[in-house]
Design a protein around this ligand. Structure first.
Ligand code: PLP
Length: 365
């Protein structure tokens, strides 16, 4: 059947997601499984979002608002922009696709980093667009190396900041240098899925660049800090004119009614975000401390996950942890053979992760 398929699709390595809890329980006959594999919010969804969604349920015989009027208005107020600066997506994944489709010609290319969010490459390949990747430097995006990859045919740059799966971030100084040296014909996408967890002073203010009408697109998601991964909701911010072109590519009903209602309520739930942030920062400190005591290497992370150097085969560690009902992410796909990535959970989950990891490493020694 291969001959039926477009050749670029034959080269695509399908995305492998974190293992779902229910499937793992069934397969391994386990009662208690915890998932620390997809950087979701361990507190669940915001209760305010849940009740807003419930109120909407009896209306789902209707199509959703194709413009996302109320959610965009709420976002505009939240971020002091105009509703016309926003486009909504079925997760920010969909917006990556819309961006590539809107801006990158068949003979143009995209520049990003190696060892980053896999969807940039997958979606570029599906759209038959070339993507060029600069290696990380000390596990960080190397913007200077990316600049060297830029050529006359480069249209788009993706910067995951903080980066997934490393948790490292590029500073405002690095971004200023990069944007200063980049030709004006190139659009830069800042994917800020983890911005709620930032607690450093030198994180770049991408919105300030947007306000100065630079060619910037900022991506945000409700999947991580807002606890709405299952609803599929993300948004992009850009200059109105750029948004208007992306709106031509977007499917009219891409964001469902429940997601729109849940998103508005989640934005209103300030306490929920504050509690989530506090939990993650505290949990991260605990995990750093315990990993250090075990003599394991890890990368200090600006996000809600930590990349851990197990000193062993990461896939083996992943499988062994799974048998004890702890799902972490194995990093083979990213070419990080010895590593696992663990999402910060509740204190109880973090303790269980450490207990199981310690036990397994002891057995393997
Ligand atoms: C999780 C994540 C996203 C969010 O994707 P959604 O489609 O909105 O769930 C985007 N970018 C990065 C880097 C991520 O890690």
């Amino acid at each position: 059947m291969k001959e039926l398929v477009r050749s670029n699709i034959l080269n695509v390595k399908a995305y492998v997601s974190g293992k779902p809890i229910e499937e793992t329980k069934r397969q391994l006959g386990l009662r208690e499984v915890i998932k620390l594999a997809s950087n979701e919010n361990p507190l669940g969804p915001s209760p305010k979002a849940v009740s807003a969604i419930k109120k909407c349920l009896s209306g789902i015989n209707r199509y959703p608002d194709s413009q996302g009027f109320y959610l965009k208005r709420r976002l505009a107020r939240h971020l002091s922009l105009d509703p016309e600066n926003f486009i909504l997506g079925n997760g920010s994944d969909e917006l990556i696709d819309i961006i590539i489709k809107t801006f990158v010609e068949p003979d143009e290319n995209i520049v990003t980093s190696d060892t980053t969010f896999l969807e940039y490459e997958i979606i570029a390949q599906v759209n038959d667009r070339k993507i060029k990747k600069a290696p990380l430097r000390y596990f960080k995006y190397d913007l200077a190396a990316m600049l060297k990859l830029v050529d006359k045919k480069t249209k788009l740059v993706f910067i995951a900041n903080p980066n997934n799966p490393t948790g490292t971030y590029v500073t405002k100084y690095e971004v200023a240098d990069f944007l200063g040296a980049l030709p004006d014909s190139i659009l830069v996408v800042f994917d800020e899925a983890y911005d709620a967890f930032i607690d450093v002073d030198d994180y770049p203010d991408s919105l300030a660049y947007l306000r100065r009408k630079k060619k910037i697109i900022i991506l945000k998601t409700f999947s991580k800090s807002y606890g709405l991964a299952g609803l599929r909701l993300g948004y992009a911010m850009a200059e109105r004119e750029l948004v208007s072109y992306m709106e031509r590519v977007r499917q009219p009903f891409n964001v469902n009614m429940l997601a729109q209602a849940g998103g508005i309520a989640a934005l209103d739930d300030k306490d929920f975000i504050k509690n989530t942030r506090r939990l993650v920062l505290k949990g991260k400190d605990f995990i750093y401390q315990e990993l250090s005591r075990m003599g394991l290497g890890f990368l200090p992370s600006a996000a809600n996950f930590v990349l851990v150097d197990t000193g062993k085969d990461g896939l083996e560690i992943f499988k062994a942890m799974l048998k004890f009902g702890v799902i972490v992410r194995q990093m083979k796909q990213y070419g990080l053979k010895d590593f696992i990535r663990v999402t910060i959970g509740t204190q109880k989950e973090n303790e269980r992760f450490i207990r199981v990891l310690r036990k397994i490493l002891k057995e393997k020694n």
